[in-house]
Design a protein around this ligand. Structure first.
Ligand code: SAM
Length: 270
């Protein structure tokens, strides 16, 4: 089933691989090692990376000696992941209906993709479907309320009087899950996974402020959706507000430095 949120996501990521790589890929990459550990990925593991983006996790899986398949719903991401992880089998594939056989993979991971689907429970059931009995599924999502790094966008938007546009729907309430450790663990249990565990990882993310702005400036994220409906003069005002806000959070090298957190949960397929 495709929801309005999924349709929004298809538009959001269309042609955005380069902007994603410049802005948010390093942030998301922080959890890659922990995710592969949670899925027990090692030499010769048949690994599936779902929502591979620009291929960070797929490439790390290859470095561990895994046999890697990766899928993404966005063609520019598929092409970028093929460049990043040339030995992986990278394909177009959209949750919750992957073009892959039942029970094939030893380990299935999704790094910040369950938070980009309109029906998270159906998505995790699909991850379980393609995992062999005894194999591992591991996923990461951002917590709610948002950590300080992600709150920055809301602070800037509020200061500029911006609201979430109608073109950016939320996940339907009846399909959503609580964005904390219990909420993600229960999502995995509900999909039939066993021995589920969930952890919160915290760190300080550092980024060049212009690279960080490149995400929403190119349409990524909720602020990106807000900027997309503004004219150039209005966008320039938001950028000025961003520059003012960011100035309070620069480290001694002039990089934006703010705390963030992610939830990682893993379980075993029956
Ligand atoms: C935040 S990015 C994470 C990318 C990558 N996992 C990483 O760690 O850098 C989310 C990715 O999920 C993909 N995506 C969103 N919805 C999807 C779906 N329903 N099925 C497959 N991929 C999806 C997007 O195209 C995007 O590449």
């Amino acid at each position: 089933m495709t929801t309005p949120f999924d349709d929004y996501e298809r538009r959001l990521w269309q042609g955005r691989a380069a902007a994603y790589r410049r802005s948010f890929a390093a942030l998301c990459g922080h959890t890659a090692t922990a995710l592969l550990d949670a899925a027990r990925v090692g030499d010769r593991t048949r690994l599936l990376d779902v929502g591979t983006g620009t291929g960070t996790v797929a490439a790390l899986g290859l470095a561990r000696g895994a046999v890697v398949t990766a899928v993404d719903a966005e063609q520019s991401m598929v092409e970028a992941a093929r460049r990043e992880a040339p030995a992986a089998d990278v394909r177009h594939g959209v949750l919750p209906d992957l073009p892959l056989d039942d029970r094939h993979f030893d380990a299935v991971v999704g790094n910040f993709v369950v938070n980009h689907v309109g029906d998270p429970a159906a998505a995790v059931r699909e991850l379980r479907r393609v995992t062999r009995p005894g194999g591992r599924v591991a996923v990461s999502v951002w917590p709610a309320p948002a950590p300080p790094l992600q709150q920055l966008w809301g602070t800037v938007a509020a200061a500029c009087g911006l609201r979430r546009p109608e073109s950016a729907p939320l996940v339907a309430e009846e399909l959503n899950f609580t964005r904390d450790r219990d909420g993600l663990a229960n999502l995995l249990r509900g999909a039939g996974l066993a021995e589920v565990s969930a952890d919160t990882v915290t760190w300080t993310h550092r980024a060049d402020p212009e690279d960080w702005w490149a995400g929403p400036a190119n349409g990524i994220g909720v602020l990106g959706a807000m900027l997309a409906v503004l004219d150039d003069a209005a966008v320039a005002k938001v950028k000025a507000e961003y520059d003012r806000t960011v100035a309070a959070h620069l480290d001694q090298d002039g990089r934006l430095a703010l705390p963030t957190a992610a939830i990682i949960a893993a379980g075993q397929a029956p």
